[in-house]
Every structure is written in structure tokens, then in C-alpha cells.
Design a protein around this ligand. Structure first.
Ligand code: NAD
Length: 498
């Protein structure tokens, strides 16, 4: 067992909170690491370091910051196997999935390597006689990120590389359930040349978060996690005059039209619903089958594949689905499965035997048919390997279902019909849309974010939205002495006046 430490001002520090966190290997249910949590005082120490570092970091040219991102990218690639191992042991996802996650994070670092281009401003000559105007995007100051357990590497990398590349300094508050990979990638950016104090990484719970929310030196907060916590972060952070973006929970629907390729749709559903044990904010948790024939055929082809899912520890050969994160999460998911049965949905594949057969926090793939929109398995985010199939008569009913759901993270349609696909992309009320794509996660040059209860604060993450979130706009209007006319002027002037 390793005792982990926080990384504050370039140094490894033992936390001073009274809470010590046990970190589990969910495949065995055993504790693998520990960390003494970060107290409010530790957060203040990190904020002071970040505040001091900001004074010099903001003056470092974007191309020098980009150079660190180039170095960082190389180091991340070099250490990919180690990072995947650290990720999987604490999270439970397969090694291949962990590698994919880190690679998705590296894409953000690559985006940041071009920060000079992203910060390039607009210049307009002669907005009025002898007057020019241009925009600057300047850093905000000390920013903070609060991250969830389900992407221990990628979600932190959605945040701090962009913030830092824009000239800010950063406090990264990792999930207390999966800190090792986030701490290691924070070390690596220092090896890449980042000056101390620019990124400070801590591990803690509400105690640390509450200091982040109220500390006057922190100017902006990025949060990714569940909706109730996101609402709290948004309300408290805004109340304390911070810019806040909160990316929250989800219930992502896949509509399968009668003309869709059934084999392709089935494979897509299996990967998107059960990959990472359904613990992805873009997992497909609802399939909306259009027409009885489509639904019957889909259920028939899904049942054997869900039953055949190879469940096991992250490093077992050929394993497709690992455990869920904790015994608490396992219990919540089992409660949902029971409530689905009690409410009258048909549990056509019952994965609950795996919980009894295996040590660790396992649940086998579960498949519900005949799910209705009022059931809790439909309304709530379960965040486990539980897929609901809802049957509807036509496309309009399917679209209405997606649009009436409180969450609006992602949704996808499987069809061969261009008209339907086009109507769907234009009218569906979610932030990320797929057409014959099971999990439409935007790549790093685009931005990630949902609608409705899936995004509070309206600001999506990474890509140009990320650059806008971590910078403040300044518009300069200038004239030189030779262009100034004589006399005092009391009226507003427009470019057309002279
Ligand atoms: P969570 O909300 O429990 O925790 C997220 C973060 O908030 C953690 O760092 C945690 O320490 C902190 N936290 C938890 N309770 C808190 C409280 N009462 N006060 C202050 N801080 C608190 O989420 P999780 O279980 O770690 O992650 C799963 C959730 O994250 C799911 O709902 C999933 O949909 C969501 N998620 C969303 C996205 C997205 O982009 N929309 C991406 C990944 C995960």
C-alpha cells in the first residue's frame, strides 16, 4: 500500500485534514493506497502558491507555454503504460480503456500546444477616423477544477492544460476515490518544465471544496460530477463571484430506427452501454426502439451478447467490463435494479449473480425491456451496467422522449435516412449529438458540454469554449496623437460621423 501525497508549490505534501481516504482496487475490494485529505488550510497554501506563481506565469509568452505542452505530450506518451495501470487499479476499467482515456487527455494537451493560435486576436483598422480597435484574451488568475471518479486522467486534462496554456494558475482537486493517475500526470507536467506553483494538485472532499468555493483569490471553477453536487458548486461559487462551469449527470438515449443496420446497432449498444461498467457520462443508458419489429429484433440480438460479456479485473486477458467503483455504488445500482423489477419493467438479463460470485464490486450486465418513462430506472442516472429499452411507435414519439428528459448530455440516432438524421440533429435538445455514432464525445478541438441538467453555467469545456472560459475579453480602442482632432466633443461618435 502506498501513502500518497498532495502536490503543492512543486512539493509533495502530507494533508492536514482529519480525514484519511482509503483508495480501493474495486476488482478485489481491497485498499491499495491511502491519503490524508487536504484541509481548508492546505487549499489556502495551494491558493497562495498559485497566486504568487500567477504574477510571473501570466508574463510567460504563449509560445513558451506551448513548448511546455509539447514536452508534456511526449512525457505522457512515454509513460502511457504506467498511467493506464495507475488508472485501472483504482478505477477498475480495463487497461485498454484507461489507455484510450489518457490518449483522449493527450489530445487536449495537443490542442494547447497551439495556444498561440487560439489566443490570436482580432484587429480592425480605422473603426473611425485614425482609430483602430482590437481584442485581447487575458488570463483570469487562479482557477480551480473539481473532478469526478470516472475519468481520473481525462477529465482533469480537460481543465488544467487549457487554463495553464491561457496563462492562469490552477488548483486541481482530484476525486478522493481515484487520485493516483491525476497526481502522476501532475508530476509529469513539472518534469516537462512547468514552474512550481502553476499547477497545485490536491485530494480531498467537501472540506477542500468548500474552501475552493469561498476563497476570494480563486476566480473561476470548473466542475465535473453529479448534478446535485454541480448545483451546489454553481450556487456557492457564483455567490462568491466566481465564474463557474458545472458539467453534470446524464441519461443518454440512442434512438434505433426501423431502417438501421441491426448488427451495427447492437454492437454499438453493447460497447456504449456496458463499456467501463456504464460509468461514463456519455454511456448509452436508454435505447429507444422505434416500432415493435425493431424492438423485438434488438432485444433478441442483445440478450445473448449481454449474457456473454466477459467480466473481470482490469488486467485479466480478454476482459470487457470491470467492476463499479465502490460497494456503495454497487448497492445503489442493485437498489435501482430491484426498483425496476418492482415497477414492472422486464429484466430480460439479470446480472446480479456476478455480485455473489465475485469478490470486489462487480455487477453483471443488466437489460430491461418495456421500460416506461415514469420509472426511476428511466428518470434517474444509475451510472452502472444497466440498460433500459423503451418501445415507441414512431420517430416523433422517440424525439419527444429524449427532449422531455431532464438530462441533455448526449443522444444519438441509428438510421440510414438522411432526412430523419437531419431533423434529429436540428431538433434534439441535448448538447452532443451522434448520427450512427454510439458515444458522440467531441474531440479536443471541439468543445464538450450538455444541455439542461447536464450543464449548469452554460459554458462547455475544452476547445475554443475552454479558451473563452479561462480568459477574459478586453477590447482596446486606440488613436495616436497625430490623429486627434482639436476641441472637446460631447456627443457619442460612430465610424460614419467623420
Ligand atoms: P460526485 O458529484 O460525487 O463528485 C464529483 C466531485 O465533487 C469529487 O471531486 C468529489 O470529491 C466532490 N464532491 C462530492 N460530494 C461533494 C459535496 N457534497 N460537496 C462538495 N464536493 C463534493 O461525482 P462522481 O460520483 O465522482 O462522478 C460521477 C458523476 O459525474 C456522474 O453523475 C457523471 O454523469 C458525472 N460526470 C459528468 C461528466 C460530464 O461531462 N457531464 C463527465 C464525467 C462524469
Amino acid at each position: 500500500m502506498t501513502t500518497l501525497k498532495h502536490l503543492i508549490n512543486g512539493k509533495k505534501i502530507t494533508g492536514t485534514s482529519a480525514t484519511k481516504f482509503n483508495i480501493y482496487n474495486p476488482s478485489t475490494g481491497k485498499v491499495v493506497n491511502q491519503i490524508q485529505g487536504a484541509s481548508a488550510m492546505d487549499v489556502c497554501q495551494a491558493v497562495d502558491a498559485a497566486g504568487l506563481a500567477f504574477e510571473s506565469w501570466r508574463k510567460v509568452t504563449p509560445s513558451k507555454r506551448a513548448q511546455i505542452m509539447f514536452n508534456y505530450r511526449d512525457l505522457l506518451y512515454k509513460n502511457l503504460d504506467e498511467l493506464a495501470q495507475l488508472n485501472s487499479i483504482e478505477h477498475g476499467k480495463t487497461l485498454a480503456d484507461s489507455k484510450g482515456e489518457v490518449l483522449r487527455g493527450i489530445e487536449v494537451v495537443e490542442f494547447c500546444s497551439a495556444i498561440s493560435t487560439h489566443l490570436k486576436s482580432d484587429f480592425t483598422a480605422d473603426v473611425s477616423t485614425n482609430i483602430d480597435s482590437y481584442n485581447l484574451r487575458q488570463p483570469i488568475g487562479v482557477c480551480a477544477g473539481i473532478t469526478p471518479f470516472n475519468f481520473p486522467a481525462m477529465v482533469p486534462m480537460w481543465m488544467y492544460p487549457v487554463a495553464i496554456a491561457c496563462g492562469n494558475t490552477f488548483i486541481l482537486k482530484l476525486s478522493e476515490k481515484v487520485p493516483s493517475c491525476g497526481l502522476r500526470i501532475s508530476e509529469l507536467i513539472h518534469e516537462a518544465g512547468l514552474p512550481k506553483g502553476v499547477l497545485n494538485t490536491i485530494v480531498g472532499d467537501k472540506e477542500a471544496v468548500d474552501e475552493i468555493l469561498t476563497n476570494p483569490q480563486i476566480k473561476a471553477i470548473s466542475f465535473v460530477g453529479s448534478t446535485p453536487v454541480g448545483e451546489y458548486i454553481y450556487q456557492q461559487g457564483s455567490k462568491h463571484n466566481k465564474r463557474v462551469q458545472a458539467l453534470c449527470g446524464a441519461k443518454n438515449h440512442m434512438i434505433v430506427m426501423p431502417d438501421a443496420d441491426l448488427e451495427q446497432s447492437t454492437s454499438a449498444i453493447i460497447g456504449a452501454a456496458y463499456g467501463s461498467a456504464g460509468e461514463r457520462c456519455m454511456a448509452i443508458s436508454v435505447v429507444v426502439a422505434v416500432g415493435k419489429k425493431t424492438a423485438d429484433q434488438l432485444i433478441e440480438s442483445l440478450i445473448p451478447q449481454v449474457k456473454a460479456l466477459k467480466i473481470g479485473a482490469y488486467d485479466e486477458l480478454g476482459v470487457e467490463m470491470g467492476p463499479v467503483i465502490s460497494s456503495q455504488s454497487q448497492k445503489n445500482i442493485l437498489d435501482y435494479i430491484k426498483s425496476g423489477v418492482d415497477e414492472g419493467a422486464s429484466l430480460v438479463v439479470d446480472g446480479r449473480q456476478a455480485t455473489k460470485q465475485k469478490k470486489g464490486f462487480f455487477i453483471g450486465g443488466c437489460l430491461f425491456d418495456h421500460v416506461k418513462s415514469g420509472m426511476s430506472i428511466y428518470t434517474d442516472e444509475i451510472f452502472g451496467p444497466v440498460l433500459c429499452v423503451v418501445r415507441v411507435n414512431n420517430y416523433i414519439e422517440a424525439l419527444k422522449l429524449v427532449n422531455e428528459h431532464k438530462y441533455g448530455n448526449g443522444s444519438t440516432i441509428f438510421t440510414r435516412d438522411g432526412d430523419t438524421a437531419r431533423h434529429f440533429t436540428n431538433h434534439v435538445q441535448v448538447g452532443m449529438v451522434g448520427v450512427n455514432i454510439p458515444i458522440p464525445v467531441p474531440v479536443a478541438i471541439h468543445s464538450f458540454g450538455g444541455w439542461k441538467k447536464s450543464l449548469i453555467g452554460g459554458s462547455a469545456i475544452h476547445g475554443m469554449e475552454g479558451v473563452r472560459f479561462y480568459t477574459q475579453l478586453k477590447t482596446v480602442t486606440s488613436r495616436w496623437p497625430s490623429g486627434i482632432r482639436k476641441g472637446t466633443q460631447f456627443h457619442f461618435e460612430s465610424g460614419k460621423d467623420v
